[in-house]
Design a protein around this ligand. Sequence first.
Ligand code: NAD
Ligand code: UDP
Ligand code: UDP
Length: 316
Amino acid sequence: MHIRKRVMVTGGAGFLGSHLCERLLDEGYDVLCVDNYYTGSKRNIAHLLGNPYFELCRHDITFPLYVEVDEIYNLACPASPIHYQNDPVQTTKVNVHGSINMLGLAKRIKAKILQASTSEVYGDPTVHPQPESYHGNVNCIGPRSCYDEGKRCAETLFFDYFRQHNLKIKVARIFNTYGPRMHLNDGRVVSNFIAQALQGKPLTIFGDGTQTRSFCYADDLVEGLIRLMQSPDDVTGPINLGKPDEFKILELAEKVIELTNSSSEIIFKPLPADDPQQRRPDITLAGKVLGWEPKIKLAEGLKKTIAYFEEVLRAL
Ligand code: NAD
Ligand code: UDP
Ligand code: UDP
């Protein structure tokens, strides 16, 4: 008889987590989705509820959790600056206490555990593009610190559990990723611009729009996470996952206006504190170790995301 591998996804009702749960079910896993719905929503995984191999658990990972699984994907943490700055102490807690709980769980049940880390560990980078060997330029007392330093401490905990307790760990440093199921009020740039363009509202550029980001489509990212989890035990990462094509935020705004046929104008607002000026992943390592590279072009990914937001707005 085929025994399904049991996998837990924390933050599984969020944007990336829901895509990951869906993909893991397609691959024949038994999926436990754990979420406290802080930024995620049941809507994101409602279509999976009829699947007998999908299980949903409302739980805040800053509290201990006792379950039995073979693999853990630790995604629980708000990702949008607006949301993670709304309750910064909770953001640090989910990264520190939450990671300790998930690592303690992995240690007890001898499960493999993957951490969804972030390009934010590089802060406002002075090295460009960013390779995994770059140690970053992070302000430890600014408004982004709860997230940046929280994620950095989570990486520290992962590597200490690896060295001290021989845990099987995987650390992915995820760069800006977008796609369907981002929350309408998520606050991140792709969802903001699309929602604004579709509603005929002005697109809000923070600063002069010359800052850059590199955008990866959700399906490509999920493929990278699964490949990393399935890689040999000596592959711990950290490994950058993202799409190396770099765009100015102003270029992104123009592209969204073009693809939505919108008549929206562009307006400029103050740049938030500590907003990184440039960001592009060096994904040489992911190519070499995982044979991974993102395939979906920005225009193609934006079209799919626009179609999703059109549906969401129609249903309002
Ligand atoms: P998201 O906000 O949509 O998802 C996060 C999920 O975690 C939500 O469902 C939320 O309810 C849940 N959550 C938050 N606190 C929790 C807690 N204490 N206990 C249980 N669940 C909790 O964000 P996302 O974009 O899907 O990000 C997923 C992960 O990937 C995050 O860890 C994020 O830091 C990381 N990441 C994302 C990006 C990106 O561009 N999307 C980039 C870098 C890193
Ligand atoms: N933990 C958990 N589930 C488990 C095992 C542990 O949530 O199945 C939590 C528990 O709260 C503990 C933390 O993980 O405090 C760290 O566990 P570890 O064994 O590393 O440390 P200790 O129990 O000695 O504090
Ligand atoms: N940004 C913007 N307008 C918005 C939202 C974001 O110009 O409505 C900018 C933001 O200042 C940053 C970039 O877009 O320079 C990416 O922001 P996001 O919050 O998506 O992600 P992060 O800053 O974490 O990369």
